[in-house]
Each structure stands twice: as C-alpha cells, then as structure tokens.
Design a binder for this molecule. Structure first.
Ligand SMILES: [Zn+2]
Length: 392
C-alpha cells in the first residue's frame, strides 16, 4: 500500500501538478492540480493546498490531447515524393502521378503515421479518405478517435453519378469495419466538384460535419472570377473537359457559401488566400471552423494563412497537419510552432485552444475530448522543452 489517502486508494485517483496547466480553454494559476482516475477521466481541478497526498509533479505544460482536424492518412507513403514550392496545381499533378503503390507499402506507411501522431500527443483525427484502404488501419486503432471524411471529386459532370456511388461504397466499407463511427460524404474542393456532384452530396449534409479544401491557391479565385489561371492549365494537362464551367465572376468563397449551407458544421481547410471580403461573404457562425495547415501551406505554395485577419474577425480556428505528402511530420505541436515562429505575438493559449477544444467541437467530439471538463477522457499531454509526451 502506497502513501496515499483512503479516498485516492478507493477510487485509484491520480493527481498531476504541472509547471503550467492549460485546460482546453485557458491557463490555470500555478499550483493547480488536475485529478483524474487511472484511465484519465477528469475528476477535478483543485488547488495544490487542497489536493492531499500523492501529488505527482510534472515538469512542463499539461494540456488535453491534440485534435488533428485535417489529415490524409492514405497519402502517408508519399513523404518526400513531391518537391516543395511548386504551387498547388503542380502538387496535385504530382499526387495523381504518384499516389498508386502496393497495398503493403501504403498500409505500412499509414501504420507508421498513426504511431507518429500518437507519439505527438494527437488523440483525434479528421481523416480524408478517397479509398477504403485506410479504414483497415484506423480500425486497428480504436484508441484514436476518427472522423472519416469520405472525399469525392469529379470536375466533369458526367462523372458525378459514378464518383458519388464510389464514395458511398467507401463509406459503407469504412462503417462495416467501424460501426457507428463518425463519417460524412465530402466535396474535395471548389475547383474539382461539378454542380451535378454537389447536388448529389448536399442531401447528405444535414447533421454532418462537412469539410472542403478552400482557397489553398490564388488560382482558385482566378478560376471563379474569370475562368483562367493555373487550374485551367492543370485540367488541360490532365485532359479534363472544362467546357461545362461558367465563372461566377466572384471569388470562390462567395460561390461556395450557399453550397455548404446545409451542413451542421463546416470546416474550411487552408484558407491561405482568404480575405476580409471572403469572410464577409461566408458570414461564418459558430458552426463554421477555419482549419489552418500552415506547414503544408509553406510546403506547397510557400505561403501562410492570414492568421491576424481570422483573429480580428473572431472566427473559430482549428489546426491540421494535412498529409505527409506536404509535411515532414504529423504533429499539431509542430503546426503551433510554425505559426508562432511566423506570428511571434500569437498567444500560446489561443493556439492551444485551436488544437484542443475547438478541434474537438469541429469534429463533434467535444462530449469526450478537447478539455479538462469533469467526466471527459481527453488524453493528457505534457510538453517540456518542445518535446511532447502522452501521459494518459
Ligand atoms: Zn488536404
């Protein structure tokens, strides 16, 4: 029997006293103790003077497990396959040319990527899937929370019906392996989904979190404004018929806002070229989440999203790693470092909130994850000298 009080012994409680404690929303005063059960369920936050015996000191910052809102696990085998800095159209051409690989290669890369995310303190992932293959890996890791974003694309309207059917099949195969899992059918991007495909997707939006790659390249706005630019050149290289498309004469945000309207939560991913006018046109509510993937933006377009604009407008921000095709690692803490290096005045507390409770809300997982609220089991992550360690 250890030197712990009767109460602790009875309920096998653990008491954590870190150097700094962030609960998903804010930092707590020093000497605050987090009390959990052995499995990591949050019991209480108390002052050290009231914590009784058995308090364990932790050197570093203690926070809830990180939520990676945007990842493509199925592209994990493409690490270092595509040279950085070429812009999005060239990046997409690279992905399409290289994404095929033996299943064993892809599965092994995905397994390694999941292990790396867990080592980086990530407890939940919004994972984009065009194939059912990644479901095999995700089903092996029920200790991670997954939101399966089944993704579809097809710029030629003739492809709408077969592409939609294929996405439904991927979702069915995914849910067969993980019954009851969170999943939705998602449009890939404004420049890759035809009106006919949007019409098939939209009846499935109510009640769901829907994600859309958005304004990742200036060429997307150019396409909608005047029907020209790098994406049109990309269609030509791919032999994709572009004849159906009529420019809206607006930027892409104005064109997308009505199409995404029926979703329960909307996750706008990247937003590197989003302006104040775009935010006005999107008219974001509490149901809108803007996902920043800064390291991928640097990798692909050598740019960063307008973080200060989003902060000024008070919109919900969340973080994603994107895939190993456009990132050297899958770490939300590394994304925070990228942002804080570029925007030195960015408060750490805000970025941690994006990485924890905001991400959990976006993925509809905040009943269990994202904060140290009583009864949740959000994972305990400790950061010391830039090293991330999962405690529970
Ligand atoms: Zn992506």
């Amino acid at each position: 029997m250890g030197a712990i009080c009767q109460f602790c012994d009875l309920y096998a409680l653990k008491k954590w006293l870190p150097t700094q404690l962030f609960d998903g929303h804010q930092f707590w005063p020093s000497q605050t103790v987090l009390v959990t059960d052995e499995a990591g369920t949050i019991v209480d936050l108390v002052h050290g003077a009231d914590a009784g015996p058995g308090v364990q000191h932790l050197e570093g910052l203690l926070c809830p497990g990180f939520v990676n809102v945007h990842c493509h696990l199925e592209l994990s085998h493409l690490k270092n396959a595509i040279a950085p800095g070429q812009g999005l159209p060239a990046f997409i051409l690279g992905i399409l040319a290289k994404r095929g690989a033996p299943e064993e290669t892809m599965l092994a890369a995905m397994e390694a990527a999941v292990a790396a995310m867990q080592a980086a303190g990530i407890v939940a992932v919004g994972d984009i899937a065009n194939l059912a293959l990644s479901a095999q890996v995700k089903a092996h890791h029920p200790e991670m929370a997954w939101h399966h974003f089944i993704e579809t694309s097809g710029w030629n309207p003739v492809l709408a019906a077969p592409r939609f059917a294929a996405a439904q099949a991927v979702e069915a195969q995914t849910l067969a392996l993980m019954p009851g899992a969170l999943s939705s059918l998602n449009p890939h991007a404004p420049y890759s989904v035809s009106p006919a495909l949007w019409q098939m997707l939209q009846p499935h939006f109510p009640g769901k979190t829907i994600t859309l790659h958005h304004q990742e390249t200036a060429a997307e706005n150019e396409l909608f404004e005047n029907g020209r630019g790098g994406l049109v050149e990309m269609y030509q290289k791919l032999g994709i018929d572009h004849g159906h498309f009529e420019p809206t004469g607006t930027r892409s945000a104005a064109a997308m806002a009505p199409l995404m309207q029926k979703a329960q939560h909307r996750i706008w991913v990247h937003n590197s070229f989003t302006t104040a006018q775009d935010l006005h046109d999107l008219a974001p509510t509490e149901q809108d989440f803007f996902c920043l993937c800064p390291t991928a933006n640097q990798y692909i377009e050598n740019t960063l999203p307008p973080v200060e604009l989003f902060r000024e407008q008070g919109v919900n921000l969340v973080l994603g790693t994107d895939s190993l095709a456009s990132n050297h690692q899958l770490s939300i803490w590394a994304e925070i470092q990228t942002l804080r290096n570029a925007f030195p005045h960015l408060p750490l507390a805000e970025t941690l909130q994006w990485a924890t409770i905001n991400g959990a809300k976006a993925l509809q997982m905040d009943d269990q994850l994202g904060s140290f609220a009583k009864g949740k089991r959000p994972g305990l992550v400790c950061i010391h000298q830039d090293k991330v360690c999962r405690i529970l």
